[in-house]
Design a protein around this ligand. Sequence first.
Ligand code: 5GP
Ligand code: ZN
Length: 315
Amino acid sequence: MTITDPTTATDTPLDRARAALRRDLLADGVLIDLGSPGLYGRTGVFERVSSAVDTAGVRSMADLDTAVVRFPPVEPLAAFERTDYIASFPDLAASISGFTGDDRKHRELLAARERGERWEDFLDPADLMLTPAVCHPLYGLLTGTVPQQGRTFDIFGDSFRREPSLDPMRLQAFHMHEFVHVGTPASAQAHRDGRVPAIRDLLTSFGLEIDVVPANDPFFGRVGRMLARNQVEQALKFEFVTPVYGDAGDPTAIGSANLHEDHFGTSFDIRTEDGEVAHSACVAWGLERVTIALFAAHGTDPASWPADVRRALDL
Ligand code: 5GP
Ligand code: ZN
């Protein structure tokens, strides 16, 4: 396998810090370069740590009464539509295409390919989107009425966001574990706020320095700047950040706690028994981000990690 290192722009201290972490993770056999920025294969040591992270995470949520659901990495276009994601994050969205042509169109495709041209133009939209947040496929299942006390779900799965980067903390394809509550305004807020201490304690027990800060999502364009301001002003979302690159850059979000208010309840027509529009909230950790933050903080050999960290992870 060829290990390519497209890291050339190493001008700022942050660029250098990112390139150094990426180089170590590849050289020490934690990640496998797939030749496209933000897309990696994962090795045994990575999987061992990320499973340990997830197991400890799930244990920290054991007091919640959850229903477990799992979804494929793609969602129907109709469900994606209703989330309004394309309005807020068009630059991160990605769709699936497929070939639906006949022999003639296939020959044209092959001829274009032969000429070294792009052949994906011969594909047609398949009415499927790559899922950018693992809770998205849930809401369509809840259209109708949820119990007054709400319902809580444990969802683990693949996320895709089209943001190619050489920062190993920013992947295009990654895994998220979310604990999602759909209920009343009060129960949704209680879910978001109530889980913050457990997640902070969990991440701190891994020997990571954690701060909980208001989130500033990368909403797109001019309208997006307004949405971003609203998110901060209304304190809708918090992130668990850790200084992966020390003083060289801002700390990175490895988890989040997000109140959607009635966003999904309205879009998907979900109500509580009293007839009011349901509110929802998610708390989540990103598996790759937590795992890579651990390798960055403690080195690429888990056997040499501090004993209390290994104990917290049962490694
Ligand atoms: P959010 O929906 O808050 O943007 O993402 C939830 C969690 O997924 C984040 O807290 C983070 O841990 C993880 N995540 C978000 N974006 C990325 C990314 O680009 N790469 C990786 N590896 N994880 C991400
Ligand atoms: Zn969510």
